[in-house]
Design a protein around this ligand. Structure first.
Ligand SMILES: C[S@@+](CC[C@H](N)C(=O)[O-])C[C@H]1O[C@@H](n2cnc3c(N)ncnc32)[C@H](O)[C@@H]1O
Length: 323
């Protein structure tokens, strides 16, 4: 536990240098990989040896390396890719955890965050690409599990509010051929989101709407999805977002997809509590069920069923108290 940071950085740097993608076509010498990634030959050799001890590449005789099945998950285009997640943890989350002490002292974010930060980050193609792919990789999996845990057959249009690339929509759309999707997020994501959704085969069924959920949420959907949105923000900002969702949804349904903090935590709760430390560093928080019920009530929403999606994520159903 004490030394675990080296793994995050070794994997993150391997991804940043494109080593896993470069090995996808077959074994290669570390000198060639260093040349292709414009990095120091000795440094790349030592990084690859570290990755070999993690089982992500295999060290062949001499200075040659080949990809392992686990390492293949770090290729950008792998079906269950974790490439974006590894880049995100190696850069932004790394920076945040390096300053965890400051957030614990003050209760404030330790790295640039807030509405302005999101707008700046999403307008920077390189930073946005890593962040949005990290989110999409997770949401693709969660959305497919959600489609198995929740019945969408009664809805006609799902709107993924703050949806990024709209990855959460893929599972419900695959399972419900008559369903249409909408992504509502900052205008800067429109083109990459469309490209990503086309690659998933659902681009023709999803519209992208650019705007800010702090100003409004467009009407037109009968189900709104909010995943990893409320955990980004303090209670006041959450109430603003939720009120806009309530105004947009009429008699429809709002679904909040988050990891819920248990009232008493045990070692089984590492995922949500790790997420909560990440949120501490950016000014958000993971919440208990009671905290979500309270927030929803304050925004004019009544909490309905709460179901476990995969033992880790939950879906909280909410309806306007006065549609
Ligand atoms: C933590 S990500 C979650 C993305 C997606 N829901 C998921 O779980 O994969 C937060 C998302 O909120 C979006 N966002 C931030 N500020 C926003 C705003 N003012 N209006 C609309 N979307 C915003 C970001 O661009 C980002 O896509």
């Amino acid at each position: 536990m004490i030394t675990g940071c080296w793994k995050t950085q070794a994997i993150g740097q391997g991804v940043a240098l494109g080593l896993f993608d470069a090995l996808a076509n077959g074994a290669a010498a570390s000198t060639a990989l260093a040349h292709a990634s414009d990095a120091n030959a000795d440094g790349v050799m030592r990084l690859l040896r570290a990755l070999a001890t993690l089982g992500l590449v295999e060290h062949l005789p001499g200075d040659r390396f080949t990809l392992t099945p686990t390492g293949a998950l770090l290729c950008r285009d792998a079906p269950d890719s974790l490439n974006g997640m590894a880049g995100h943890w190696g850069e932004r989350i790394w920076e945040s955890f390096g300053r965890l002490g400051a957030s614990v002292q003050t209760g404030e974010a330790s790295i640039p965050s807030g509405p302005e930060h999101f707008a700046v980050m999403q307008a920077d193609p390189a930073a946005a690409d890593v962040f949005n792919r990290a989110m999409a990789e997770g949401s693709l999996r969660v959305g497919r599990a959600l489609a198995g845990a929740y019945d969408f057959s009664g809805f006609s249009r799902l709107m993924d509010v703050g949806g990024g690339y709209g990855a959460l929509l893929v599972g419900p759309l695959e399972a419900n051929p008559a369903l249409a999707g909408q992504v509502y997020d900052l205008p800067a994501l429109a083109d990459p989101a469309k490209t990503w959704l086309d690659e998933q085969g659902v681009g023709g069924r999803v519209d992208y709407l650019g705007g800010s959920f702090f100003e409004t949420v467009p009407a037109g959907a009968d189900c709104i999805l909010l995943k990893f949105i409320l955990h980004d923000w303090n209670d006041e900002r959450c109430r603003t977002i939720l009120r806009h969702c309530r105004d947009a949804i009429g008699a429809g349904t709002v679904l909040i997809i988050e990891r819920i903090v248990p009232e008493t935590v045990s070692s089984a709760d590492k995922d949500v509590i790790r997420g909560d430390l990440v949120m501490l560093g950016v000014g958000g928080k993971e919440r208990t069920e009671a905290e979500y019920r309270k927030l929803l009530g304050e925004a004019g929403l009544r909490t309905g069923r709460i179901a476990s999606i995969d033992g880790n994520f939950s879906v909280i159903e909410a309806h306007a108290t006065t549609p």
